[in-house]
Ligand binder design. Sequence first.
Ligand SMILES: C[S@@+](CC[C@H](N)C(=O)[O-])C[C@H]1O[C@@H](n2cnc3c(N)ncnc32)[C@H](O)[C@@H]1O
Length: 423
Amino acid sequence: MDLYVPSWAEVIVEGRARIVAPKRELFLREDGVYEPSHAPVFYNPVMVFNRDLMVALLNIYSRSMARISTASDPMAATGVRGIRIALEVEGVSEIFLNDIDPTACRIAKLNVVINSLMGVSRIYCEDSNQHMISLSKSGIHVDFLDIDPYGSPSPFIESAVRLPKIGGLLAMTATDLGPLTGRYPAKVYRRYHATTTRDLDFGKEAGLRILVAHSIIKASERDIALKPVMAYYADHYYRAYFSIDRGASKADALLKRLGYIVVCKGCGYRSVATEVEDLRCPVCGLRAITLGPLWLGSLADREILARLSRAEEDFPWLQTRERISSLAKILLSEEDVGRPYYYKVDSVARVVKSNMPPIGELIECLRSMGYRVSRTHFDRIGVRTDADFKDIASCIRSRGVVRRQGLEASSSGSLVSSSRREV
Ligand SMILES: C[S@@+](CC[C@H](N)C(=O)[O-])C[C@H]1O[C@@H](n2cnc3c(N)ncnc32)[C@H](O)[C@@H]1O
């Protein structure tokens, strides 16, 4: 094997690993920003948060839920993910790295050597679906499997659910946020067999819940129960961790928590439904849209979130420990509200023809009426609450300044994404 660092690469440090990765200055887009997919091997420094959180979560899971001693990254690129697991997760004794690209395989091998992990690493260079199926057919099952493709994980889910052990974990990253958040509904239907719509003000959450639902449905075909342990949105991607269990009744129990969200784009009304409904909005009478199937249950395990919220003390070597802890805290507060959608305050304010109030004041108003309320990690101007829509509207009206006549006349007043509109 060629054990030299190519001229286009350099050694960087991530977590406790030393990694041969592309020199960023050689692979810039026209706007001067580093583009990982332009490099001979994929390495994205923005994903340090994704990998740091994985290291923290695996340590927590291994200490308190089920031991993690083997792990697989079937789309490994430089191998950084698996190498960090071997170096930073207590008790890991074997990692499986694979990539279809021969350059990636060569760099992954080099990184294994640099980090002195030859004795615990197995490296393959084949298609990941073929790889996962052939490992499981030969009786190899791992405690943790990480699906980390470009774009959608959907084409890999069917093979992926075969590889983890019962009691183990499956994680996946999805970067196809354009379709999943609703920009391309037809593509979502093809990839995820779910209905969504453009310009949805909580489109970021609907996309994640569609991804989770689709994974649960795919796994249930093999009587495997994928239970969400932690699913979130960050930067430009979704990330979902599932625990793996087997049994038709366990899979059925999860399927029962899938459903639909009925939403009216005219006035902002939304509610949960157990089946596809063709109905008119009970508030304004417009035809409502039914989204789904989506996962309507919890997006994260409270115990894991509570432990992740202490990441600063428990994982002091992680570069993004503060961000991990903040995300865990906000996810915990979202779980307390227990509604599978949020409201984008500027959108609701537009519908009720008021200016957007300070979010803190809106939260205080809804709490004073006895409702549960939280901010959401999906959107800095989003609010998750179990309040009735009319009370959200009334709090916004009372705290926002009612628009001047002229502004009212120029507003269409529909509840769509505000990104292209002025508040
Ligand atoms: C997003 S990168 C993986 C990043 C890596 N897991 C990390 O944390 O840095 C996706 C990788 O999947 C590989 N890949 C794409 N399609 C594949 C396939 N069908 N089988 C195996 N590897 C594949 C690509 O060569 C690329 O290296």
